[in-house]
Design a protein around this ligand. Structure first.
Ligand code: LLP
Length: 433
């Protein structure tokens, strides 16, 4: 496999005579056929990423479940692929539950982890039969008024968080998520007294974590809390869920998360503690989102403008932060290549900007790239997670299309919105008619 630009090669990205191919499909052909901006997802990479996580953990511990975190990418075809793989699913909204059920997930394979959850949502979840992971005592009490589920899980704040940006740190003092230790016992006691039979315990410390240590520190804390519940409430756990957050390198200097080491350390600690605390053999769950879909996705966007100012060299493309918000929202770096000039050397420093009327609409800042011309095709890599799922119609731009590729074949999996999509659901009030 040849290296693409400055990138780590992976099994789907290939340089064929200067043209980026994604699992055997020419990026130029896709852009021509479906127009741009266009998200391209690789089925092969998604399947292999899932299998890698599942196998790496399950060869070290007998009972493992991987919950794909749907928020990273909720396209129905992607959900279907993961359903076929045997994945379980982490959902955070009724919409994600709805889509997962449509894609064929049985409710038993769905864990709902919401925050600020409304009563009507709790009712919907109870009726759909998914397992609910409660985020507060308030939510638990309101749920128990609606129904008494067989199983309840509690999201615990394990006091340590981590992540690539403060917005995605989801545990620790500043975080709105989870229940702190002193209230956890009360939560399980309340559920037990209400007649709940089976229990789980969960945490999720943050997103985009490339080192092992935060996971082991948080796992230690979570298991200590599980032990306290076990001793004080007298219940056991069907599952202990360590959450997601497995990072993927975006910048050239970032090193890959050592998945083997992560699984080794975490399962060793887990096994030791469940034995020490007499917790039996609860299923070990992990909830990766980014790790499964991030590097399976490429965003293709066409150059329409090259503008040189006394200070900068701008490349104007047709994808802005309406299409990929991560650079604007978190200052995230995404690798970028010129999909039709992979074999040309970097010559100029370009800043790649979109069509949104805000100065923060920058996809990539100061990148050394081959000499770019209008009409060139830019590929933004590692765009499969939190790309389409966070896109919007801001500036009244219809959302883009999505394509799935597999071994030289491709298919449209989501149509491009049209101008008419912008009218959907809008009404004039009677006095304007
Ligand atoms: N489980 C729960 C309860 C979560 O809230 C999340 C993500 C995950 C699992 C999966 O995390 P992952 O494995 O993908 O890191 N929009 C941000 C990421 C937000 C993640 C929110 N929660 C970004 O683009 O970086």
């Amino acid at each position: 496999m040849q290296r693409v630009g400055m990138l780590r090669p992976n099994e789907i990205l290939e340089d064929r005579e200067g043209v980026l191919h994604i699992d055997g499909v020419s990026a130029l052909e896709l852009a021509e056929r479906f127009d741009t901006p266009l998200y391209v997802m690789s089925e092969r990479r998604i399947r292999n990423n899932y299998r890698r996580v599942y196998e790496t953990f399950s060869k070290r511990y007998r009972k493992v479940k991987v919950y794909y975190s749907a928020k990273a990418n909720t396209n129905l075809s992607i959900l279907k692929i993961l359903e076929e793989e045997g994945s379980c699913l982490d959902a955070v909204s009724p919409g994600e539950v709805f889509l997962a059920l449509k894609a064929g997930f049985k409710p038993e394979r769905i864990l709902y982890t919401g925050t600020s959850v409304r009563d009507d949502e709790l009712r919907f979840l109870s009726e759909s039969g998914v397992t609910i992971n409660v985020d507060s005592l308030s939510q638990l009490r309101r749920l128990l008024k609606i129904s008494t589920p067989e199983t309840i899980s509690v999201r615990v704040n394990p006091e340590v968080g981590a992540g690539h940006h403060e917005h995605v740190v989801t545990a620790g003092r500043e975080s709105k998520f989870g229940i702190w230790e002193e209230k956890v016992v009360e939560a399980y006691r309340t559920a037990l007294e209400a007649g709940v039979k089976h229990f789980g315990i969960q945490m999720h410390i943050g997103s985009g974590i490339l080192s092992v240590e935060p996971f082991t520190v948080a796992t230690e804390n979570l298991l200590k809390i599980a032990n306290r519940v076990h001793e004080e409430v007298g219940i056991g756990f069907e599952f202990i869920d360590l959450g997601g957050g497995l990072g993927v390198p975006y910048k050239p200097e970032e090193e890959e998360l050592n998945l083997d080491l992560l699984a080794e350390k975490v399962t060793a600690l887990y096994r030791e503690r469940v034995e020490q605390y007499g917790l039996g053999e609860p299923t070990l769950c992990v909830e990766p989102g980014r790790y499964i879909v991030c590097d399976a996705g490429v965003l293709l966007t066409r150059v329409n403008t090259v503008k040189v100012t006394p200070f900068k060299r701008f490349v104007g493309v047709d994808a802005g932060f309406n299409t990929l918000i991560r650079p604007a929202m978190y200052g995230s770096y995404h690798p970028v290549v010129v999909a039709n000039r992979l074999n040309e050397p970097g010559e100029e420093t370009y800043t790649i900007v979109g069509p949104i009327c805000e100065s923060g609409d920058i996809l990539a800042k100061d990148r050394m790239l081959p000499r770019i011309q209008e009409g060139d095709l830019i590929a933004v890599l590692n765009a499969g997670a939190y790309g389409y799922s966070m896109s919007s119609q801001y500036n009244s731009r219809p959302r883009c299309a999505e394509v799935l590729v597999m071994d030289g074949e491709y298919a449209l999996i989501r149509e491009r919105e049209t101008l008419h999509s912008l009218l959907e659901g809008q009404h004039y009030p009677p006095w304007l008619k």
